[in-house]
Design a protein around this ligand. Sequence first.
Ligand code: ZN
Length: 232
Amino acid sequence: MTTDNALVLFSGGQDSTTCLAWTLARFSRVETVGFDYGQRHRAEMDARVRVLAAIHTRFPDWAGRLGEDHTLSLDVLKQIGGTALTNAMTIEMGADGLPTTFVPGRNVMFLTAAAALGYRRGIADLVGGMCETDFSGYPDCRDKTIEATAAALTLALARRVTIHTPLMWIDKAATWSLAEELGGVALVDLIREETVTCYEGDRSHRHDWGTGCGACPACVLRAKGYAKYRAR
Ligand code: ZN
C-alpha cells in the first residue's frame, strides 16, 4: 500500500468533480468509484462518463494520473426506499425535519464500500465531497460523522483509512473558486457543461451555471453559489 494513490467517490456532480480535480493535483495515481443505488434518473451515471472523458481530452497532465473507474451497485438503498431520490416522491421537508432527498445511511454505506474496494486495490486514502457548510441538514455529511466513519473503518479493516473532504468547510461559491484555482476557466467550463447536480436529472434547460430544472433545491443552491462566485 502506498500513500501516493487515492480513490475518489465520484458521482458526476459539481462537488465530486471538484474533489476529483483536487485529488489529481495531489496524488500521482487516482481511481474513481461511483454507486448505482437505483437513482430515479440515469443523468448522474451518464455525467460520470462524460466528465472522465472530458478530463482525458482537456487535461492531459491529469489524464496520465487517472486510473481505473469502478461502479458498484448498492441496490439495498432502493430496496429500503422512502426517499425522493429513489422513489416518485415530492421533494419537501419530511416529518423528521430533513428533506425527502435524505437517503438514510447513504454516505456511511458509500464510504464502507469505497474502503473495502480500496483495501483490495491497496488504496488507503478516500476522497469525498461531503460538506457541512452549505448542506441540506444531512447528518451523514457532518465532519464528525466522517471522522467517526474513518475511525470505524480503520478498526474494521485493521488498516489505515483516511477520508479527505476538501469541501467540508467551504460554501458553493468557494467550490467554484476552488475549481478555478485547480484547473482554471477550462475546469469551471467543464463543470458547468458536463456535471449534473439537479435532483430531477434535467439536462434540457440551460443556465449560466449549467443544466438543470432550475427549481429543485440542488439547482437553487448551485445557481446561488455560481452567482456569488461570479460576483466576486
Ligand atoms: Zn433541478
